[in-house]
Unconditional design. Structure first.
Length: 309
């Protein structure tokens, strides 16, 4: 372990994400699924401040609804801090102040961004100097989306989603995010997908045991072409999310009628992500959806991963 850091407060910002492509493999014997995802980090951020303390504590505020965020050891950022302390032999604790800008339980990885930010912030605060590869290994133990929140940018995730390979993405992609006041449980969405596949096995294509990202998605990202990306975006969890929350389908249709190139359920939902042709189109769509009573947010990507501010 290196010498303790001289600062007594560290600020780290980490991004939320959109899954622009998400293929889910067959149910494995251990109850999990392999996936293939194309992630893009977007400009909805989580801000985490770490301060020296004898105990591990957390406070949460934000521009989104935060009443459901745990304030004990169930909080993923607290778990990340405890894990780093145990890994490095750090004897003290930390107080984490989280200011959330990513919808809670919305499929955009806000909790994972908190965990990534906590790892980076505590490593800097404590002066533990953990190599990047070791931080990523800890992140993978906390959940599939945490390593991507460290990495940021655009990446392909395989296996359980935590085997990451950076992907080239040129230019800027503009999105309008529509949030929901009530989240969806990721395990419940996966179970609903399994039920749907079992019920409709005769009518849908066989599920691949080892899913892969559509090459067209990667080509569109490399070209910086939102129209081409819109034509290839897909989320296997979308059918399950829409079965559990049918009203989301009407919002998807409305956004596409009002000018979005395409709309998709982000991750396990219920947040919806609409891809726009450019910044101006995204702002126009945000205004329309907001006027109709939806919580709509304009974001862009790709943006960097967790960084000290």
């Amino acid at each position: 372990m290196s010498e303790a850091a001289t600062t007594d407060r560290v600020h780290v910002r980490a991004p939320g994400k959109i899954n622009v492509f998400f293929e889910v493999g067959d149910l494995e014997e251990d109850g999990y699924h392999d996936v293939a995802s194309a992630y893009q980090a977007v400009s909805a951020h989580e801000d985490v401040w770490a301060e020296a303390s004898d105990r591990f504590t957390v406070s949460v505020s934000g521009t989104v609804e935060v009443s459901g965020v745990p304030l004990d050891d169930r909080n993923l950022a607290v778990r990340a801090a405890r894990m780093l302390a145990a890994e490095t032999g750090y004897p003290g604790g930390v107080h984490l102040e989280i200011r959330k800008g990513v919808p809670v339980a919305g499929g955009m990885g806000g909790g994972s961004a908190d965990a990534a930010a906590a790892l980076v912030a505590c490593d800097a605060l404590w002066g533990t100097g953990l190599p990047s590869a070791d931080l990523h290994a800890l992140a993978a133990r906390l959940g599939a989306d945490v390593p991507f929140a460290l990495l940021g940018g655009t990446a392909v995730g395989t296996g359980r989603g935590d085997e990451l390979s950076p992907a080239l993405a040129r230019g800027r992609f503009d999105w309008v995010i529509v949030t929901s006041g009530e989240g969806l449980s990721t395990p419940d969405v996966y179970r609903e997908l399994d039920r749907h596949r079992q019920l409709h096995a005769a009518d849908i294509a066989p599920v691949r045991r080892r899913p892969t990202v559509d090459p067209g998605v990667l080509q569109a990202l490399r070209a910086g072409d939102p129209t081409a990306l819109a034509a290839t975006m897909r989320n296997d969890l979308q059918v399950a999310a829409l079965r559990m929350r049918p009203a989301l389908g009407a919002i998807l249709e409305r956004g596409e009628r009002m000018g979005a190139l395409a709309g998709i359920v982000s991750g396990s939902g219920p947040t919806l992500a609409f891809l726009a042709e450019n910044e101006e189109s995204a702002i126009d769509l945000q205004v329309v959806l907001s006027a109709e009573g939806h919580e709509a947010l304009h974001v862009h990507g790709p943006v960097p991963g967790a960084r000290v501010r």
